[in-house]
Design a protein around this ligand. Structure first.
Ligand SMILES: [Fe+2]
Ligand SMILES: [Fe+2]
Length: 149
């Protein structure tokens, strides 16, 4: 496989590792909202806010990086992969949209103290990003590496 694709696939897998570590922190902070008293949920909200800059910057950056380097190199090597790559790019857009709802809900939770919807949205976003990365590894990374010796 070409060097461009080799480099792109390696850096995607590395970035997935970083994202998984942060997703575990996010999940832990969300757990602090469950069956929680006022003090504990305030602490959980603070933790959730601390994670915002990372996800706000790094996830879109990862998506742009994938679409610009990895998907582009993969499509050049395997033109038939175009529909599959469009599906993954669509998931990027969906996740980013739902992230904006989550941000709104975080502000709302700060103002009103209501955290049920925040918990639901956060849990959904964590699960979706994990599933998305797993699917990329099973479908795209495997395809990219299939000719590597
Ligand atoms: Fe992706
Ligand atoms: Fe990814």
């Amino acid at each position: 496989m070409g060097e461009t694709l080799t480099l792109a696939v390696d850096s995607v897998v590395r970035e997935h590792g970083d994202l998984h570590a942060r997703l575990a922190e996010w999940e832990e902070a969300l757990a602090g909202l469950e069956n929680s008293n006022f003090h504990r949920s305030q602490l959980a909200l603070q933790q959730l806010w601390r994670l915002v800059p990372f996800f706000e910057e790094e996830v879109p950056r990862h998506f742009r990086h994938e679409e610009g380097d990895f998907f582009a190199a993969l499509q050049e090597r395997y033109p038939d992969s175009a529909p599959m790559l469009r599906r993954f790019a669509g998931e990027h857009a969906d996740w980013t949209r739902e992230w904006r709802d989550y941000r709104m809900e975080l502000l709302y939770a700060d103002a009103i103290g209501e955290t049920n919807r925040l918990y639901e949205l956060g849990t959904e976003l964590v699960a979706r990003l994990r599933r998305h990365m797993q699917d990329e590894e099973l479908e795209l990374v495997v395809l990219a590496r299939q000719q590597q010796s």
